[in-house]
Design a protein around this ligand. Structure first.
Ligand SMILES: [Zn+2]
Ligand SMILES: [Zn+2]
Length: 258
């Protein structure tokens, strides 16, 4: 049984937020180990604001290659590589476990490559992280996480995917969307079957078209909206989402007992 998980949003803002950090979260397993779900460029600051440091993190998951989700990759790589105090419980040097869909790992390494150099060798991603198998799903601390592939935006005529997550915490089904356009066909089973939904929600009056916008999510059936905690919002005023039937806005630093 995977009970007593906690999910803390160390940020809940959009890519352009300067007030709410970035939409990254820390999942704490029942045994106390922590998985950092997405790690944008603000991650040193947002971890600190949440009372955490890099020493508290066991593993990281990157959902897609926007900077508000993986822009902290170079920091994490170098910070953990060169710190002799980054060790396991036996005092042995460790690396962060990295979960990321195999289709985007090479491009992720290209983002890091120029900064992550090592004397005397041609460096590779595995020099900095313990790269774990991650295709349709992965396992971490007794929990199986299933990747939810959605369309985030178009890259020319090709869809740029994002890989949200769904998993079970005890009897509950959790769905964490990460970044996705508003779509229902592909995620209908999660709209119906998830017990707790964390969904990105753009609030800008000038929609980018790469996120579910509040005006779209508000059209969901009442029984679905009642499960939705909305995050990845813009700085500034937001609608009264509880009045509109949602579970609520995710506050920066908020902890959910799953
Ligand atoms: Zn984002
Ligand atoms: Zn994105």
């Amino acid at each position: 049984m995977n009970t007593n998980q906690k999910l803390q949003f160390i940020g809940a803002g959009s890519a352009f937020s300067v007030q709410n950090f970035q939409s990254n979260a820390v999942l704490t397993a029942a045994n106390g180990k922590r998985l950092l779900i997405d790690f944008g460029g603000y991650v040193p600051l947002s971890l600190a604001a949440a009372g955490l440091t890099i020493y508290d993190i066991d593993a990281i998951y990157g959902s897609h290659l926007h900077a508000d989700h993986v822009g902290g990759g170079e920091y994490l790589a170098l910070r953990t590589k060169f710190d002799p105090r980054f060790v396991d419980s036996n005092g042995a040097k460790r690396s962060l476990r990295l979960f990321m869909h195999s289709s985007i790992r090479a491009a992720f390494w290209q983002m890091l490559r120029n900064g992550c150099v090592l004397p005397g060798k041609k460096s590779e991603l595995e020099d900095f992280f313990k790269v774990e198998s991650c295709e349709d799903s992965f396992e971490w601390e007794g929990t199986r996480f299933t990747l939810v592939r959605t369309t985030h935006c178009m890259d020319g005529d090709q869809p740029m995917p994002c890989f949200g997550l769904t998993w079970n915490s005890g009897e509950k089904v959790i769905w964490f969307s990460s970044d996705t356009v508003f779509e229902t066909d592909r995620v209908q089973h999660l709209m119906d079957g998830a017990d707790v939904i964390f969904h990105d929600c753009e609030t800008s009056p000038f929609p980018t078209g790469v996120h579910a916008h509040y005006k779209q999510l508000v059209t969901w059936p009442e029984e679905v909206k009642a499960k939705v905690h909305a995050y990845h919002y813009n700085d500034g005023d937001k609608p009264d989402c509880v009045k509109d039937g949602f579970a609520g806005w995710v506050n920066v630093g908020e902890v959910f007992e799953l």
